[in-house]
Design a protein around this ligand. Structure first.
Ligand code: IFM
Length: 721
């Protein structure tokens, strides 16, 4: 088995959306969905851009898809060559995880096509595709390629006023409706054959038309170079895109491919986990690391990663807590500059978080639940559409998922603890922690007859139970955030003037005193037989099985949460909640307690979110439930191979790749199976290898040093490189 590749034969239109995710090529700047060159809109082809958003009418804001500059349509003797739905033979597609290359081979009978393409890791604006055509029938071959603004959008259109120019490099320049951002795409070709070339403009598309008489047995090669630039990158995006295409053509496909592959080799040298003992697991881990690595914003110093990566427009292209809790760990240990970028995004979007807190009547920083450019809240009040009434359902994620600010603070503190680097805290991180802590001060409530402070009317990670009180996870996040604020005093012990002046600037003296008392006064969770109650009143909810609840669904797409959802009145939860807390704060709970909670909550968890299994796996590693940990690992790591995960929340499409699972797979392998921890800035390993695994080996970076971590059945070690 080649664990660096995923290959699939046949074509089925109902799988096209999933294949677009499975075979995604991306480079942090854009994502090119894994559809064939000639795909029509029914197959959801797209080039999704990072950090460019638009709103069309009163629909959701979402990331913008660029004009398609990589499509190729083939006609032989007047017949268009297209895949047949449900064809089982004569077509295959694959993704090469090692080098981020998509390949397809199709036998149309009269012509065979093989192609390989990539989103360049060396030149982030460049896309390149090389097609090899083998002619099986004499006649006239017509190739239509070019740039088109007829593209797939969920809530579009987003591109207006398309202006085209023809030439060796042709181009399209359009602007987004809301902000007038210029989005430009260019394209040029290089053929090893002569053809008559002409240009044709129609229906939002500029075609480059190549026509040639062909003979059976002839072999032709055509390379297509596409480039995308926007006015966020520079002043003349269309010209720059054309220049990039032309220079790629001059260098040639092979040279561009080599630069791209070299860049990927550099990424793997810093991050590859070598897993021995199970080839499917090794392949799934390669898939996971590929999918997370390919969407990292290597080109920017202050960008984060959307919850569905660059695989399309689902989840509004927004940044969730997934970034801090699931993407951040792999990056902080392997490529800390990317972890810094994720955190700088939060530091620089602090003004948006301050504004959101104010909007809700609080002080401090309340981060957007679904954060778009500049920290703008993308989460709407109606995030789900009911499958029965087709009406939007009022959801409270935006208003009540207050753990988000604590999640941001948690990652900022972890960054310092793992890397020993204080500069991010100095450059805005400490301010963020203080403002988040201030938010929790102002959000806490104390009933006149209670001895504790509490957080009422919140939503924890389990989104099926909305507007609950004293969610254990949320309370712990708030407490930890406040403790992190106080911890700054120790972190800046050698430079007290820094914190003093920051507190003065933020007018923080009174809040500092409040922190000291509030931190210890936040309501501790109720426990029954060692099991933590997820929120006040949870144990009193109907205690029935997952199957019972599933059996109550009247429609498979029905939303389980909200006022009328089947889960709301039961103990069935969407995803790890108490267990997530135990995974993130291992030092607070002993093994026995973790195990009791695992045994209670796992059967009651739907794992309806791709964020869930990873947290269960991490805690299972710790308590020796290694068979369960293995199952959860495989479930997490295979998600983008199987095309798994939920695809609908009511009537809303939520499919795409699953970066949180991708990051979760690394976390389980490195932090769970290998048992990697940091003790006083030094990495240690305490392996918990399931029986399926022989050994693991992976590089990490910490405190500016590079290490290789080894774990096998005999034990583990960390070697300085
Ligand atoms: O952040 C998650 C959330 O916890 C569950 N729903 C999907 C979001 C994006 O992955």
């Amino acid at each position: 088995m080649d664990t660096w590749r995923l290959k699939k034969t046949g074509f089925d239109l109902t799988e096209a959306a999933r294949d677009g995710n499975r075979f995604l090529c991306a480079n942090g700047y854009m994502g090119l969905r894994g559809t064939v060159e000639e795909a029509d809109l029914a197959q959801f082809p797209a080039i999704t851009l990072a950090n460019v958003y638009d709103r069309c009418g009163d629909r959701w804001r979402e990331p913008v898809n660029a004009p398609n500059c990589l499509f190729v349509r083939l006609f032989l003797n007047g017949r268009e060559l297209k895949l047949k739905d449900k064809q089982t033979e004569g077509h295959s597609a694959e993704i090469d995880y090692r080098h981020g290359i998509y390949r397809r081979e199709t036998d149309f009978g009269s012509l065979r096509i093989g192609s390989e393409r990539f989103a360049s890791m060396a030149e982030i604006h460049l896309l390149a595709d090389r097609l090899r055509l083998e002619i099986e029938e004499d006649g006239e071959l017509e190739i239509l390629t070019g740039v088109t603004t007829v593209i797939w959008d969920i809530n579009g259109p987003h591109l207006y006023g398309a202006a085209f120019t023809a030439g060796e490099a042709l181009s399209c320049r359009a602007v987004t409706g809301e902000k007038g951002t210029v989005v430009a795409a260019a394209q040029c070709v290089q053929a090893d054959f002569d053809a008559d070339e002409s240009f044709r403009q129609e229906d939002g598309c500029l075609y480059r038309v190549l026509v040639r008489r062909v003979k059976k047995g002839e072999k032709l090669t055509l390379s297509v170079f596409g480039a995308v630039c926007t006015s966020l990158d520079g002043e003349t995006p269309a010209q720059t895109a054309k220049d990039i295409c032309l220079s790629a053509k001059k260098e040639g496909f092979d040279a561009c491919l080599k630069a791209h592959k070299d860049a990927w080799e550099g990424i793997w040298a810093r991050s590859e986990v070598v897993l021995e003992g199970d080839e499917s697991a090794a392949q799934a881990l390669h898939a996971s690391q590929y999918h997370l690595n390919c969407i990292a914003p290597r080109h920017a110093r202050n960008l984060s990663i959307p919850a569905r990566g660059l695989s399309g427009q689902t989840y509004k292209g927004a940044i969730f807590w997934d970034s801090e809790m699931f993407f951040f760990p792999m990056f902080v240990y392997t490529q800390p500059e990317i972890a810094r970028s994720l955190l700088r995004y939060r530091i620089e979007t602090l003004p948006g978080a301050l504004a959101k807190a104010k909007e809700y009547g609080y002080r401090g920083a309340y981060y957007a639940w679904e954060s778009q450019e500049g920290g703008a809240e993308g989460c709407t009040n109606f995030n789900v559409v009911d499958v029965f009434t087709h009406r939007p359902v009022r959801t409270y994620f935006r208003d009540k998922q207050i753990h988000i600010s604590g999640d941001v603070a948690y990652a900022l503190r972890s960054y310092f603890e793992i890397t020993g680097d204080r500069t991010l805290l100095e450059q805005g991180g400490a301010r963020v922690i203080l403002e988040c802590a201030r938010f929790y001060i102002s959000r806490a409530a104390c009933r006149p007859d209670a001895e504790y402070a509490e957080y009422a009317d919140v939503i924890g990670p389990d989104e099926y139970h909305e507007r609950v009180t004293n969610n254990a996870f949320t309370n712990q996040m708030a407490r930890h955030c406040m403790q992190s604020a106080l911890k700054l005093e120790e972190i800046f012990g050698d430079d007290p003037a820094f914190l003093r002046s920051l507190k003065r600037e933020l007018n923080y003296e009174k809040d500092w005193e409040l922190l000291k008392t509030l931190c210890g006064a936040i309501r501790k969770p109720v426990k029954r037989d060692g099991v933590t109650e997820q929120f006040d009143g949870y144990f009193a909810l109907e205690d029935c099985s997952l199957e019972t609840v599933r059996g109550r669904l009247a429609d498979p797409r029905e939303y389980w949460g909200g006022d009328h959802g089947v889960a709301g009145t039961t103990q069935i939860i969407k995803q790890a909640d108490v267990i997530a807390m135990m995974a993130l704060f291992p030092e607070l709970f002993d093994d026995e307690e973790v195990d009791a909670n695992w045994a209670y909550y796992e059967p009651r968890t739907e794992h309806g979110s791709s964020l869930s299994a990873c947290m269960y796996a991490l805690t299972a590693c710790r308590t020796g439930r290694l068979n369960e940990a293995w199952d959860m690992f495989m479930r997490t790591a295979s998600i983008d191979i199987l095309g798994g995960g939920k695809e609908w929340a009511g009537e809303i499409y939520i499919g795409g790749t699953h970066p949180a699972s991708n990051g979760g797979a690394w976390m389980i392998a490195a932090l769970g199976f290998a048992g990697l921890t940091m003790r006083n800035g030094v990495p240690e390993v305490h392996p918990n290898l399931p029986k399926q695994l022989k050994r693991l080996r992976f590089p990490i970076t910490s405190g500016g040093r590079r290490y290789m971590v080894y774990a096998d059945r005999e034990g583990g070690r960390v070697e300085l490189l």
